[in-house]
Write a protein that binds this ligand. Sequence first.
Ligand code: AHM
Ligand code: MG
Length: 363
Amino acid sequence: MYRHAEGAVARSTSPVLCLNRMPQNMGMDHRGMPDTVYTISRFILEHQPPEARGEFTNLLYDVALAAKLIAQKTTRAGLVDILGDAGGVNVQGELQKKLDVYADDIMFRIFDHTGRLCAMASEEREGVIPIPERFEKGSYVLVYDPLDGSSNVDVNVSIGTIFGIFRCRDWQTRGSLQDVLQPGRSLVAAGYVLYGASTMLVYSTGQGVHGFTLNPEIGEFLLSHPSIRLPEPPAYYSVNGARYPYWSPAVRRYLDWLERGEGGPSSLSFRYIGSLVADFHRNLLKGGIFCYPAERDRPDGKLRLLYEAAPLAFLAEQAGGYASDGRRAILDLVPASLHQRVPLFIGNRWLVEKAEELIRRLD
Ligand code: AHM
Ligand code: MG
């Protein structure tokens, strides 16, 4: 079925250099591109474990469907007057919905009745989302940030959806905190959808990270980035530098090191979009680190452990990288509450470990 190059660190994610990690039955054409059209459905089907009963496989199809529906709206955002405050009335007299409310609704409506979930949790909603009594209850838990970086919608900058899937823990009730407050190590799958120049779905089920690009003409996600590994040397560091005055001495020292420090990665360029999925995606393909550190008045930083940090940490580790809150692996943190925030350093392992070292020594 599929070969994994253990420990291999590619310098590039170009399909040419990913040859040894491509599906075995996929060849290359003269440009080094896959010579077979590999749809996401075919890929998911061919890579499901032999004992799979279809429940999990179908969950991934549902994610792809949700991605297409949300992408359809995001690409038309400026056209259909969908922007504005939730609850406002647009010129057609229809209720306006902000795109993030729309995306949240899509996610809920795609997943509530499938019989594959026992609970959901969304960055947009306060509590655990139970599966309605009238629908069958399944064995998985879905956590998601329906539209991350949504403040960028108004200015037509890339945004994304982030998701994570756990196994159900509480078989008695329909959606308890116990189901949802699981550490990233318990994720069985995670991924994101990037609504950019193209729409991409990137996910992992613990067997490497694979990226698919939506072909809008046929409405299919096609395998475009098999077995992504964080390249060496890394190319970028990403952080909101305007927050410098609020960082601890160690974090300041770390950012100085990234920028120009002795023994530091002198080749790094600075890039910051302010849209986590887009910043993470670029660094995943080109190598680098994204930081959202703790601040003087925000000791837990800004990003959410459950919906943002843990799923991306799962991908980072699967791609040969690492994610930390500055002291511990993000994947080891057990959330104490649904919307818990956490400082985040994520990217090439040695860059993240340098942040941990300085924080341990200086803070
Ligand atoms: P959101 O969940 O309200 O969209 O906020 C999360 C976003 C991330 O996408 C991004 O990394 C971060 O906020 C940017 O924050 P800042 O504007 O402080 O740099
Ligand atoms: Mg978010």
